[in-house]
Design a protein around this ligand. Structure first.
Ligand code: NAG
Ligand code: NAG
Ligand code: NAG
Length: 376
């Protein structure tokens, strides 16, 4: 009798323990696996904290960044915005059990990686040389190398055949990159003047797309099948560009926007090419440029009071020169600014963009939205 009671007690304790652990997302049950994963590649628009672990000049783990990020109680996490990134919001929208964790975080181990991993890095670009003014960042080549490490860990966790199936059917690979190749490479004054003289915009865009084709093909070789590729936003309209070029409120700098559009037109062709050439893969094109431009032009329609002035930052007419930090001035209503800082959208803007990518139509996300991509 006594032995039976003890056994029962242990079973009960075990059940309670398992329930507790799964509610904290620590223990990945079979049910969680069914919710799928996000593997996130990109730059500061989607970095969830990788740069905290690099010796770099590009960091966002200082207040008031993260002030509206509930999961950290408003403490900075390394995200370059006041709250959630587009990648976080999409993961939530798709029903994933927790945000994809930064690859470089020591906590990103064991079964947590089955909900996805984030490789994005502030300052990172398609080209290796991009962002070198920050000293350190993870460029796209390295991000794919890191996924190759995760790939082997997933093999160990699930066994090779289940791992393959999980990656092909249940995992979404998002790539948000390219802005820094212009802002912190091609367009940089002085440092890259040599490159700009020797390379036409056409040749540079060509180089970018050839590299990106190689990087996406490597992900395919590692069993990625469901891709979403974001184009480059209207770089000439960010508070930083508007401030240093001393523009009026409703003007944008021409050259950065022209370069972005030139790249974006060719990116669309690349997405179509990959859909035709890589059997079993679906590449979805996210038209971030038009989405963000819509918010910038029609900001009032979406409840914003400005799309030119950064909420957090300093310098010039649009608070667009000095990045957001403890000594910056901060706006009183963070939901009323399209831009959080001189470079990055606010969480309020990210929510609108993410909603369109999840559930919108082909104007912004084609050939299908992310909910349909998940359910393929
Ligand atoms: C890692 O997990 C521990 C325990 O949950 C937590 O205290 C710590 O803040 C986490 N570290 C990071 C960098 O997330
Ligand atoms: C970029 O860097 C990676 C890692 O250091 C390297 O493997 C790759 O060959 C480099 N690419 C080019 C084009 O230099
Ligand atoms: C992944 O890593 C292995 C070595 O561990 C290498 O042989 C393979 O080429 C890599 N795959 C890709 C796509 O980079």
């Amino acid at each position: 009798m006594k032995a039976m009671e003890i056994k029962l007690y242990y079973i009960l304790a075990l059940v309670v323990l398992v329930i507790n652990l799964s509610s904290y997302g620590i223990c990945q049950t079979k049910e969680d696996l069914g919710k799928g994963a996000s593997f996130i590649f990109g730059d500061s628009l989607v970095d969830a904290g990788n740069n905290n672990y690099l010796q770099t000049l590009s960091r966002a783990n200082i207040p008031p960044n993260g002030i509206d990020f509930k999961a950290s109680g408003g403490n900075p996490t390394g995200r370059y915005t006041n709250g959630r990134t587009i990648g976080d919001i999409i993961g939530e929208g798709l029903g994933q059990p927790h945000y994809a964790m930064p690859f470089l975080s020591p906590n990103t181990t064991g079964r947590t990686i089955l909900s996805g991993v984030n490789y994005a890095s502030g300052g990172g670009g398609i080209m290796n040389a991009t962002g070198r003014i920050f000293v350190n960042r993870l460029s796209m080549d390295i991000q794919v190398d890191y996924f190759n490490i995760t790939r082997k860990q997933i093999d160990k966790l699930l066994g090779p055949s289940k791992a393959k199936d999980y990656l092909k059917r249940k995992s979404i690979f998002s790539v948000t990159i390219g802005s820094n190749d212009f802002l912190n490479n091609y367009l940089l004054p002085v440092i890259s003047v040599g490159a700009r003289i020797s390379q036409s915009p056409d040749a540079f865009v060509d180089d970018m797309l050839n590299h990106l084709r190689g990087q996406l093909t490597r992900l395919y070789q590692l069993d990625a099948r469901k891709f979403v590729i974001g184009n480059v936003g209207p770089l000439g309209c960010i508070p930083y560009q508007k401030t240093i070029n001393q523009l009026d409120e409703n003007e944008c700098v021409e050259l950065p926007n022209k370069l972005a559009l030139q790249y974006n037109a060719r990116l669309k062709d690349l997405v179509q090419e990959l859909n035709e050439n890589l059997p079993g893969a679906t590449f979805v094109h996210a038209n971030v440029y038009d989405l963000v431009m819509e918010l910038i032009i029609n900001y009032a329609k979406y409840g914003f009071t400005t799309s030119s002035k950064a909420c957090c930052g300093n310098g010039g007419q649009f608070a667009g020169i000095i990045p957001c930090g403890p000594t910056s001035s901060m706006c009183s209503d963070r939901n009323k600014h399209v831009f959080w800082d001189p470079y990055h959208p606010s969480e309020a803007a990210n929510l609108i963009v993410a909603k369109q990518l999840l559930d919108g139509d082909t104007k912004y996300i084609s050939p299908m939205n992310l909910r349909k991509l998940r359910d393929l």
